[in-house]
Structure formats: structure tokens, C-alpha cells
Design a protein around this ligand. Sequence first.
Ligand code: SF4
Length: 454
Amino acid sequence: MISIFDIFSISIGPSSSHTAGPMRAAFAFCQELLEQHKLTSIHKITIDLYGSLALTGRGHKTDGAIFLGLEGEEPATVDPENSKSRVKQIENLKKLNLLKQHTIDFAPDEDLHWHLNETLPFHTNGLRFTALNQNAQIILTQVYYSVGGGFIVKEGDEAAQKNLPVPYPFTTAKDLWQICNEHNLKIKDVIFANELSWHTENEIRDKLLNIAAIMESTIKKGLATDGILEGQLKLKRRAKALYDKVNAPDNTLPPCTKIMDIINAYALATAEENSVGGRVITAPTNGAAGVIPAVLEYYKTCTNVKVTDDNIIDFLLTAGAIAILYKTNASISGAEVGCQGEVGVACSMAAGALVAAFGGTNKQIEKAAEIAMEHNLGLTCDPIFGLVQIPCIERNAMGAIKAVNAANLALIEGGEHRITLDDIMLTMLQTGKDMQARYKETSLGGLAITAAEC
Ligand code: SF4
């Protein structure tokens, strides 16, 4: 079983698979050198990036994330503000301080190789680290795969199963509903009971409330910041302007769309922060990190519900359950199945979670999650210049609105539905496999080609 704290992890933007995952891999490689007592004998490190990592890594800040990981930084604790200047320093001084213990010469132009036309066998996001001694002999070489949502797999461990004992193991949505029915539990109860295998009750609550607090603070930061986003697109931030406009006493916007505009502003705020490498919660990825906070913030600020900590915890537990199902049965990797695996999954998680927070039944939760994915099927990933900006930022707003609508339909109509969540996950996975590689985080097709040429 996967823990929900693997799904909701504290991270930095712009990408879980192309920033956080490579940072973790770089850190893991240096840790291995340290454990083998070889760190101080290293004279040179080379890095090879393959597939989607090579094709969109520059826009996704993969290189800087790797440098920081080699220096001992991790996504949850790295300071987003200082990290940018540290990456610049490394590039200018051409020195890396491995795990802050051993300094080596490092020339990014020579030691980091972008293999644009090559993919490693297990996953399109492959990277290899090679450490050499003074005599140019290889001390250690290791391949890692960044398989989506910040998860990494070391080559050789592809088939290894994390077999952690939990009281309610499940694989499919059908298994999960059966457990709920047999034990008369809500989905959140099942997940909470499973999490108790690893954490105390207080730890689970504190960690979830901390995640919610970080989501809220990222929205606040995004709503308070304007200006131009980093990168060739020179995109203007929109969240603050939209939020200010909606809340201006003299605004002329139609009242019926006010809540929609607020949800849009919340989602844009997080997605803009993510695109500049700010602090976000992976949910289930960084590219899609704006959807769940926007829907949670909508629930807290735009409904008439008096929201308690328990409501927030129920929301996140249910969203986490849905993400675990997608991660287990389909994919949460844009490089594997396109954006349906990122914004599509986030939309599905948020829809089910909102139903749970409103006190809906398990059947209604399933219906909302299914509707949300059904109308994201086939969603491509084609970021212009590899930046997590167009279509990513606006797509988070669309995903959040769609989630609220899916939850609404499920709550109004009850839980009866023809298509199950298992059906839709299988369809999503098959659709993703059928999609041509150029629509799966390579920036070789779609908007990345047509718009970049305009
Ligand atoms: S298009 Fe979707 S999957 Fe691709 S980088 Fe943007 S958010 Fe991620």
C-alpha cells in the first residue's frame, strides 16, 4: 500500500516528476556514495538525462534540481528562495559541494548530458549518475527513474513491492468499496486506519493539517504576487488581478460567476507559484498542484458550511484514497499517460473529496471521481518550451471548476452510475498508452509546436 503522505508531499515547483523526483534521485545517489564510504574519493560526477526528462528538463528546472539534490537538498526542506541563487552560483563557479561535505569541479555544459532521442527501457523519465575518481575510473554508476508524483525507482528495484502491512489492503476501487461495505466504513476511515500502521493518530492529523495549511499559504502568496513569470513566454501572472477584480466593490462581473472566478483565482495562484519554483504540495503532481487546494479553499470560503479540522482531514484522506487507486491501477505521470494523469487525476481526487467533505455517500464519492476523469480522458501534455505554464497554469483552473461540477452532479443526482471508477481508470490507462509519445510531456507536439511556431 502507498501512504497518502507519499501522494501529498511537501515539494517545490515546477514539476514533481521533472524537479522533485530528479532531486530525490540525486540525493539518493550521493547518499549511496556516502554509505559506501566513497563520497570523498569522488573527483567528477556526470549526469545523463533521457526521454521526457531530456526533452522538457530545461523548462522544468531539472538541471538545477539535480545540482541541489547532489548537494544534499530534498524537495520538502529545500528553501525555494535561496535555491535559485545557489543554482546560479554552482553554474558560475563550476563547483558542486556533494552533500555539503566534499567539493568537486562541475561544469554543467560538459558534465550534464541531454539525450533528446534516447529513452531508457523502464520509463521515459530516466537519469543516470556516474561518479569517477581522480584516475577517471568509475566508482559508482546508477540509473533512476522518476515515475510521476515525485516517486523514484532505482534500476534493479523495478519489481520490488513495498509490502507494508495495513489492516485494509486494497488494489482496485471495487476492493475499497467492498471493505467499506463489509465494515460499514467511509473511505476516509479505511485510509485513516491504514495510516495508523505507520503513524499515531495525532501525527496523521497534524501532518494533514500542515499540508492544508501549506496549500492555503501558497494560495495566499500567489494572490498577493503579480508580475511576469520566469521563462521565454514572459507570461503575466493572473491570479492576483482576477482576485482583486472579483473583490473590488465596483466590480461589474456577473454575480453568478463570482464563485467560479474565485476558484479560478485560487487555482491560478498555486499554479503560478509552482511555475516559478515556489513551495507547493504535490497533489498528485506539481503540475496539477493547483486543483486540490483551490477546491479545498472553495469549500472553506465559498460554501455555507462551518468547516472544521475534521472536515479538512476527511477531504484530504478521501482525495488521497482516490490518488492511491490511480497510482496503483493507472498512472499519475504526464510522461506516461499525458495530462489526464496529472490534472485529470487531481480533478478526480478533488471531486470525490468534495463530496466526502459535504457528507456524501461512498457511492456518490465514486460517481464524482468517475465523472471528473471521464471528461478529462485523452488530455494531452504539450507544455510550450517545456515550461510548466501553458497549458498547465490555466488547466489547473479548468480542473478545479470541473471537480466542483462533478461533485455537484454526484451530490444532486445520488450515487447511481453506469461507469465505475475501475472502468474509467482502465480506460485512462489504455488511452494513455495509445497516445503518441509527442503528447506525453515531450514538448514535441500539440501546443508546444503550433504555439511556439506562431
Ligand atoms: S500539461 Fe499537464 S501533465 Fe503536462 S506539464 Fe502541464 S500540468 Fe503537467
